[in-house]
Design a protein around this ligand. Structure first.
Ligand code: MN
Length: 489
């Protein structure tokens, strides 16, 4: 059974606290929704404001494949604004629970039905397609709900929608409710909210109960806890419900999700299904190993299916297998010993609480690959005393030609002090530091510090770098690497 998708990111989604989209942003999202194969786009609520109407008009004049709807109350004023925007259809919202009818509208059920029927007649007279949404349907008396739908159908509505406005259905009650409505002859749609985290589950149950259309928002944004998440619901239908399908181009889902996150400023939790940062990331060693052998071991779907790529996160659970394949992807070939050293270094950083990115990994690998066993000078230890009331003092322990030497120095700052501690040793005589440059590579104060220096001895000039989370270590390493190079050449 083919399921139609109505996306309401631009209406219910925009009602997310703190979200307000410009016309241009709404247009970009609508374009993407049309491209990905959404059947119906609820572009906004025409009554809201002049700006909102401008946005809807921009969308309706584009001639998208999708049917464009505006939200409308069963009032002539609302419908007139929808007509002004030239929409194909209206999402005519009629409350059906006692709570909404008596408390919110201060009307009787009879008055409400009159209002609804008159609105439907008016829409039909003006050539609008109508999807009639029963607001708070899940808390309405089922017989009354049915009678409202039946009346509406007699007056010519094209589709009806059952709204779980405050998200109180469960998969069982959702199934039952839709099952009770299954003798209705027009397409039935399901509009769920995620107050108990059940919106997607309830929507899937609604399909089993007889719904043939679903309402979604991209990333599940919407009032309070949001709506049925488009990406979760559509991929679930595709993968988990063999009897149902949609026309959505699933491989573009991640793109749409990213666009909406960026434009709305509502960022996606890392562990969100399908589109969350971690949805296809693997850290643990055993998992990574399994994934590399056969991705089905620890992934229910491949990331490519939804337009993503797999990621191996480097951390303390990482195994050498996952690490090696990541290094290969970065174009780095290492031997067993080097791999083990890189692995130890990454875990050392992870233990200090740092997330190791690809850039970090590249640096760590470069550092290991650059270890040259022919080097005459090796740094063993550097200790600094520094502060605003003391003269920066450094003591260094280095091995020169297998002899360990301890030396100390003072300077204007800790870097200066540690270089002075080294440079007073014999082997560094005649070496001049002619350039010193510092850069931080990744953001944050826990970033890798990249120190690039130029050294001169006689007419020979070499450059060297040291990249470490610690600026002193980075500087000393760069200095020693440069001198080793000078001695080698
Ligand atoms: Mn809603």
């Amino acid at each position: 059974m083919k399921i139609k998708v109505l996306d309401t990111t631009l209406r219910d989604g925009e009602q997310t606290p703190g979200v307000s989209l410009t016309s241009k942003e709404k247009f970009r999202i609508a374009t993407k929704l049309d491209e990905i194969g959404i059947d119906f786009i609820e572009a906004g609520s025409a009554i809201t404001s002049e700006g909102e109407r401008q946005s809807i008009k921009e969308i309706t004049k584009q001639g998208f494949n999708a049917e464009i709807l505006s939200f409308s109350r069963p009032l002539k004023g609302d419908i007139d604004f929808c007509l002004e925007c030239d929409v194909d259809a209206v999402n005519l919202v009629v409350p059906t629970s006692k709570l909404h009818i008596y408390e919110k509208l201060k009307k009787t059920p009879e008055e409400l039905i009159d209002l609804s029927n008159n609105a439907i007649d008016y829409c039909k007279d003006h050539g609008l397609t109508i999807e009639m949404s029963a607001e708070d349907a899940s808390r309405s008396n089922v017989d009354f709900l049915k009678s409202v739908y039946m009346d509406a159908i007699e007056h010519g509505v094209d589709r009806i929608c059952v709204c779980d406005t405050v998200g109180i259905l469960t998969p069982d009650t959702s199934y039952n409710l839709f099952n009770q409505l299954s003798d209705i002859k027009v397409p039935i749609s399901c509009h769920c909210h995620n107050d108990f985290g059940l919106a997607v589950a309830n929507t899937l149950s609604a399909l089993k109960g007889g719904a043939t259309e679903i309402h979604t928002t991209v990333n599940g944004i919407g009032e309070r806890a949001g709506n049925t998440s488009f990406e979760e619901c559509v991929v679930s239908i595709d993968r988990l419900l063999p009897d149902f399908s949609t026309d959505i181009k699933i491989d573009q889902i991640y793109n749409v999700s990213k666009l909406v996150a960026r434009l709305t400023g509502v960022y996606i939790q890392p562990n969100k299904a399908i589109v969350g940062e971690n949805a296809f990331s693997h850290e643990s060693g055993i998992h990574s190993d399994g994934i590399i052998k056969n991705s089905a071991t620890y992934e229910p779907i491949t990331p490519e299916l939804v337009g993503r790529t797999r990621k191996f996160v480097l951390g303390k659970h990482m195994g050498t297998h996952g690490l090696n394949s990541r290094l290969n992807e970065l174009g780095l070939k290492v031997n067993e010993t080097q791999l083990q050293q890189i692995c130890d270094d990454v875990k050392g950083l992870a233990d200090k609480g740092k997330t190791v990115t690809d850039v970090d990994l590249q640096i760590i690998a470069d550092n290991v690959l650059e270890i040259n066993h022919e080097d005459r000078i090796k740094l063993d230890e550097v200790t600094i005393v520094s502060g605003n009331k003391v003269m920066p003092t450094a003591s260094v322990k280095i091995t020169i030609d297998d002899e360990q030497i301890l030396n100390a120095g003072v300077g204007l700052g800790p870097v200066d002090a540690s270089i002075n501690a080294i440079k007073s040793l014999d082997i560094f005589r005649d070496v001049d530091l002619i350039e010193y440059h510092v850069d931080s590579i990744t953001g944050g104060t826990d970033a890798f510090i990249d120190v690039i220096i130029k050294l001169q001895k006689g007419d020979k000039v070499v450059s060297a770098r040291g990249t470490e989370p610690d600026i002193i270590n980075a500087s000393v390493k760069a200095y020693i690497a440069g001198v080793n190079r000078l001695l080698r050449d």
